[in-house]
Design a binder for this molecule. Structure first.
Ligand SMILES: [Ca+2]
Length: 226
């Protein structure tokens, strides 16, 4: 039969823990501490890695920032070269354009005659000669020409042609009669070699009328050199 615990024995029984339980709890705490330590090590490693990456990025940013003035300088240099190239290209393309006006009547004549338009409206490049009525190409290229004739008399009819080196290209024709005072226009794009001449021709026994109204004109310009 067990001896009933005395008050002292009872107090010892309550205060003395089970040693196995204590050891188990301490072991678990050590495991948790070890796990926390491993986690901390991992976090520290991640922080070091991020700091190293930031340092590398800052270095790259510094290199890029250092290159900005050089890039700006190169951009300005290229812009200047482009402007110079545009100016040289523009200067290389001849500027040829003219418009001339007759201002007085012609015909009828017994033979075909070039029309000499003496009144110059525009003659950039001086390729049109008012003394002869001819345009002479200074450079090979594609040109545009147009002319207008005016029939203001009862008789005879008006016939004018656009001529290239003496060869008829296009013509205009208008009959006199009850519907006189008519205008007619024709035009052509012509490929010219340097030295080719273009002019208009009043055909034999035909007439054109003009006065201060300036009804008869001859115009042309270089579209582009070839
Ligand atoms: Ca008519």
């Amino acid at each position: 039969m067990r001896t009933p615990p005395t008050p002292l024995n009872a107090e010892l029984t309550v205060c003395q823990p089970n040693s196995c339980t204590v050891i188990s709890e301490m072991s678990a705490m050590r495991e948790r501490l070890a796990a926390m330590a491993r986690t901390q090590d991992g976090l520290l490693e991640s922080v070091r890695s991020l700091m190293a990456e930031m340092a590398a990025n800052q270095e790259k940013l510094g290199v890029c920032s250092a290159q900005i003035p050089a890039v700006q300088s190169l951009t300005q240099e290229l812009a200047q070269q482009l402007k110079a190239l545009q100016e040289s290209t523009s200067a290389a393309v001849p500027r040829v354009a003219f418009t001339a006006v007759l201002g007085h009547s012609l015909g009828p004549l017994p033979i075909n005659m070039p029309v000499k338009y003496p009144l110059i409206i525009t003659n950039m490049g001086n390729a049109y000669n008012p003394a002869t009525g001819s345009f002479t190409a200074r450079v090979s290229g594609m040109y545009y020409f147009s002319y207008t004739m005016y029939n203001g008399r009862p008789t005879p009819n008006s016939v004018v042609g656009l001529m290239k080196n003496g060869q008829m290209i296009v013509t205009t024709w208008d009959t006199a009669g009850g519907d006189q005072n008519d205008s007619a226009t024709n035009a052509a794009v012509l490929q010219l070699e340097a030295g080719d001449s273009v002019y208009t021709q009043l055909f034999a026994k035909r007439t054109i009328y003009d006065d201060n109204g300036r009804y008869n004109t001859f115009s042309g310009f270089l579209l582009f050199p070839l």
